[in-house]
Ligand binder design. Structure first.
Ligand SMILES: NC(=O)c1ccc[n+]([C@@H]2O[C@H](COP(=O)([O-])OP(=O)(O)OC[C@H]3O[C@@H](n4cnc5c(N)ncnc54)[C@H](OP(=O)(O)O)[C@@H]3O)[C@@H](O)[C@H]2O)c1
Length: 216
């Protein structure tokens, strides 16, 4: 499988690139800064420069052409509401349009629980982030792409357990980035897991079983 990752040098992205490369998939990882090319190479993927803000849809489509799947795990990561709009919102819309233009049907989006951090201290930036992410989900579901939306709980950097809770609606919780990457890796190789939204937290179901259950 030829996979194009947007956000490949990020926390989820580089873990996923490593898993896909290990199983023999051809992975292209898009990055912005030169330094990230080494991170992407270290995960076994091929780096390509690109920027969701400055690249046009046509430029992105040229980079995506020839791949089977796009995984979008890019994000503004708290760098400001304007950046959230440009990257998590309009960036997703650009990437989806580019995938359609390039004829790359399968599109996996890493989103967020709409009920993330409810009950915490309200913040305008976080409310904006959740709203933009939800709108991006809505946008993707209205495309003709073979989409899959994964909504992880709060991401942790500690080691994964290989076990998750995954479903169309699950209670909010944490989940290691390792396990998010493992879930997407397995989901990408289960073509019948399509046009669904999956919420994902730590749990007690092995990742492979969780994907198989959802696929049926
Ligand atoms: N943090 C959480 O608890 C949480 C919970 C649920 C969901 N999520 C979502 O999960 C996703 C993955 O999280 P993560 O931890 O892997 O994020 P991350 O480490 O911040 O990675 C995001 C990646 O996106 C890239 N990026 C940013 N702006 C870009 C642009 N204009 N063009 C191309 N790439 C760009 C970043 O590159 P640069 O280094 O160049 O900026 C980075 O490699 C994000 O979408 C996030 O919103 C996060």
């Amino acid at each position: 499988m030829r996979v194009f990752q947007i956000g490949a040098a990020g926390g989820v992205g580089r873990r996923l690139a490593g898993l896909l490369s290990e199983r023999g998939d051809e992975v292209t990882g898009m990055h912005r800064s030169l330094a990230q090319a080494d991170t992407i190479r270290a995960s076994g993927a091929t780096p390509v420069t690109g920027d969701l803000i400055s690249d046009t849809v046509e430029e992105l489509a040229g980079k995506l052409a020839g791949h089977d799947t796009v995984v979008f795990s890019a994000g503004a990561h708290g760098t400001g509401m304007d950046k959230t709009t440009l990257i998590d919102g309009q960036g997703l819309e650009k990437a989806a349009a580019a995938a359609e233009a390039a004829g790359v049907d399968r599109f996996v989006l890493v989103s967020v629980f709409p009920d993330a951090l409810r009950g915490g201290e309200p913040s305008e930036g976080f409310e904006h982030y959740v709203k933009v992410k939800k709108s991006a989900d809505v946008h993707l579901t209205r495309t003709g792409l073979d989409w899959l939306i994964v909504r992880p709980g709060t991401l942790l950097d500690g080691p994964g357990t290989g076990q998750v809770t995954a479903g169309p609606a699950v209670e909010y919780g944490d989940v290691p980035r390792d396990d998010v990457a493992a879930f997407i890796d397995a989901a990408l190789h289960e073509p019948s897991l399509s046009r669904v939204i999956v919420e994902l937290t730590s749990g007690d179901t092995p990742v492979g079983d969780a994907v198989a259950r959802l696929a049926t």
